[in-house]
Structures are given as structure tokens and as C-alpha cells.
Write a protein that binds this ligand. Sequence first.
Ligand SMILES: *Cc1c(COP(=O)(O)O)cnc(C)c1O
Length: 397
Amino acid sequence: MPARFTGSFTQQEAIPADAITAAVAVLQSGRLHRYNLVGDEAGEVAQLEAEYRDWQGSEYCLALTSGGQALQIALRACGLHPGDAVLTNGFTLAPVPGAISAVGGTPVLVEINTGLRLDLDDLQAKITSSGARILLLSHMRGHLCEMDRLMRICDGAGVTVIEDCAHTMGARWNGTRSGNFGKIACFSTQTYKHLNSGEGGFLTTDDADLAAKATILSGSYMIYARHGAGPAAEAFAEARYQMPNCSARMDALRAAILRPQLARLDTNIERWNARYCAIEARLKQHPLVTTVPLPAEEDHVGSSIQFRLPDFTAAQCRALLDAAMTRGVELKWFGAPEPTGFTSAHPSWHYVTAQDLPRTDRILATLFDMRLPLSFSEADCALIAGLICDAADEVAT
Ligand SMILES: *Cc1c(COP(=O)(O)O)cnc(C)c1O
């Protein structure tokens, strides 16, 4: 019997005690709706919005029911019309093409490079060939593309950038936080992301008009003056009549448990990175394993790790999943023909017109992925990395 890891890859840390106390207070008040406020009480949601705005360094912040809703609202606020082409990464997760399709857009998939980042030459070509006016840029698995060059390309072509920061809350490129490059950024506070409210999300922007449109789209019932990090009343003059209510407000209970977590986020980013380094250092020593290079410009948040076995066949990749599982290590493989457990690749998105992405497919064919919950210790991470190496050796021989 090989050595085994016995921890759980889906077990998060407990919600901190002060967050639980805050949640109980909300429950005792009975006022869970964000606009169910007494007198000049700010409410948990408005306070969270102000705190997240300050932490992110944006002008405005809107709290929402999910990251996916934030993406849909961002696309609508940016003026997407049904049938419009929207550029996005060929390698991302289902909420991204899902959001584009949900608002009637047509996803145009852009190739990625071996760094799992957007291929900017292919982006340039597809801006021209598709005529798309919006790029929904997914910072997939925390890997930021060359943001300065990306913004030059998009600004030069009049393409609006929406950043999907579901995996990069807290990451930076050349010192600028992810989310502060494009017109709008979307974040998720779903359990597997960097803050945990079960479901939830944020939208941030520096643009008062977009912030007003997004607020009305979120379903503000014209109570936008009570938002903690929204634009001044003038910004709503037209939006209040033009934007449909899509009912995607965050509630006070989730906000109450997020505020104490936000206060710990910087510490937790360091904890994720220590775990990432422990795994990466060991994987890098294995001759068959290729880790993803982290550029010097990037401050990465290592809440998950990706690696490839570029010489493995599909049969060997499948065998690696099994050999790792025998050792208690739950890997995801993006080359699998069928979508399973949070992992789907573009050929499985049948609601999107099939697109040829030969470079992306070649990368995904041998790409593995693993979440790093903070419930793992650094010693757990070293053990896991060793077990992955053992599993790769077993399959290779
Ligand atoms: C999780 C995720 C989102 C947002 O997801 P929700 O579950 O709707 O909060 C968006 N993009 C990516 C890449 C994600 O992984």
C-alpha cells in the first residue's frame, strides 16, 4: 500500500468566531434584507461594500448574490446587446461562458499559452475577426496575463475589458491590483474562493455611470442612496429608468460573515502562498512535471496549483488521476473528455458554437489542477506533492 494523505480537498476552515457572532446578531434582528434598515443604520451590506472598496482601491463597490451574477450585470451595464460577440479565454470555468450566454452574448474563445494566460496575439487577431467590443478576461486560476500589453491592445481597439477576478482577489500585476485595470471587475465569495459566504460576489468599478447601472440592475428598488460605496444620486438620473431589475442583491447575513473575513484576507493570502510554495518546490524537482511559471510582475495568490505532464498520453493522465486518488490526493484533469466536479473544458460547452483552439487543447490535454484549502498545513502540502511525484513515477514506469 502506498503512503496516503487522509485530509479532505473540499474542507474549508471554519467561519471565524467573530463572523459567527455578527451573523447571530443579524439573525436576531430579523432584518436580513439589505434595505431593511432602521433609522440611519448603515447595515452590514453597505459597510461591507465600503470596506471592500477601500481594500480593492476602487471608487465603487456593489455586493451581489454571486460572482456569476456580477459577470452578467457587468456585461449588461457595459451595453451588451443580444447577439453581440464577447471575447473570453478558451480556458476558464463554466460561469464565464455561462454569463455571456445568459445575457444573450456570443462567446468568442481566445487561445491561451503554456502559462495558462490569454494569448495576446490570438486576442488581437480575434478582436479584428469578430468585431467584438467587450473582452471578459478571466484571470483563470490566478494567472494574470501581461496586463500592460493587454490594456494597450484593448484600449487601441476600443474594446471594453471586464475582469473576472474570481481567482485573483488580492493578486497584483506590477503593483496594481487585479480588477483595477479594466472598466469593471467581478469577484466571487463562493465557498471555494478567497472569501466564503457560501454564495456571493462583488462588482467594482471607477466609473460612476457603470456603477449606477449595475446598482439598478442588481435590484436596488430605488434605495440606492443607502449603498455604502455607490456613486452620487446624479449618476442614477437615466439608469433608474433604463435598467431592468435582475434581483441579485447580497443579504445582510452573508455580508456579516464576510466583513471579519475581509479583515483576515491579507494574512490568508500569505498562508495560501506558503502552501503553494511548499507544493511547487517539490513538484519542480520531478523531471516529468512542469509547473506554471509565475512572472516577476505578478503577485500571485496560490489558492490552487496547476501543473502539466507534457509527455503523458491521455491514458497515462487518466492513470495518474487514479494513482493519485489511491494516495488520497484528488486531482482535476482538464483533458478529460467529460466534464466532472467543477472541471469543464470548452468542447463541453455545447451552448457555445464549437471553436478550434488547437494550442489550448494541447495544453489542457495534460493539465492537472488542485485546490489548496487553508485547512491543509504546509506539512500536508509537502506530503501531497511527494505523493503526486510517486504517482507520476508509478504511471511512467
Ligand atoms: C467561481 C467562478 C466565478 C464566479 O462563480 P460564482 O460561483 O457564480 O460565484 C467566475 N469565474 C470563475 C473562473 C470562477 O471559477
